[in-house]
Ligand binder design. Structure first.
Ligand SMILES: Cc1cc2nc3c(=O)[nH]c(=O)nc-3n(C[C@H](O)[C@H](O)[C@H](O)COP(=O)(O)O)c2cc1C
Length: 183
């Protein structure tokens, strides 16, 4: 199963890096598949560790893609890395195998520590819509803008109908980014 998460890594100087990533999850292991070029890839290869964060605050996804990277972090417990302070849950990972690839290497990791911090309160369609829009924004340099724009109205309806202030704000950040790229 693929889970949409926030992956935190750090470079060799200790500088943390946040990136939304759809990670592949199964019993005791998680695989991260970054498209080259990727800071997440460079950091994981350099340090051998990462933290996968589960969050229902979709502003973190939208923020990472629109240059807002100041989400609070706290140190991880068992590895030299950080986690999102406000994550619902997090998994601390150690790299165990690299399946190299010129486009999208697969980094197989073992979960060395896992913790829950807050309850999962239920599914929300606006959060799903923001995630879909965030994926479109992450492909702004790959997809024709017309293709992206045709998908937005139905997503917007979900945000308007079912979202709260966090979802609205995340949506606005993403739409502003699309307008910026169009200009
Ligand atoms: C929900 C979501 C899932 C994503 N999953 C991936 C992924 O699995 N691999 C990837 O390379 N980029 C993925 N992206 C795009 C990256 O977050 C984005 O390109 C980011 O800049 C990654 O590059 P970095 O490692 O240099 O930060 C995803 C974006 C979103 C919004």
């Amino acid at each position: 199963m693929i889970l949409e998460t926030i992956v935190v890594t750090q470079d060799e100087a200790g500088q943390p890096h946040l990136a939304p990533m759809g990670v592949h999850s199964w019993e005791g292991e998680i695989a991260i598949l970054p498209y080259r070029p990727s800071q997440t890839l460079n950091n994981l290869l350099a340090t051998g560790v990462a933290v996968v964060n589960a969050t229902d605050d979709v502003r973190v996804f939208a923020g990472c893609l629109t240059g807002r990277l100041d989400f609070p972090l706290v140190p991880a417990k068992r590895i030299a890395c950080f986690r999102l302070r406000d994550a619902l849950a997090h998994s601390e990972l150690k790299l165990i195998e690299v399946a190299d690839d010129p486009i999208r290497p697969k980094l197989r990791c073992r979960i060395v520590h896992q913790e829950n911090h807050a309850p999962f309160l239920g599914f929300n369609r606006a959060q799903f819509a923001v995630l879909e829009a965030a994926i479109l924004v992450s492909r702004l340099n790959l997809l024709p803008i017309e293709e992206i724009e045709t998908k937005l109205p139905s997503l917007r309806t979900l945000v308007d109908k079912t979202g709260g202030p966090r979802e609205m704000q995340a949506w606005d950040w993403l739409m502003a980014k699309i307008q910026e790229v169009k200009r």
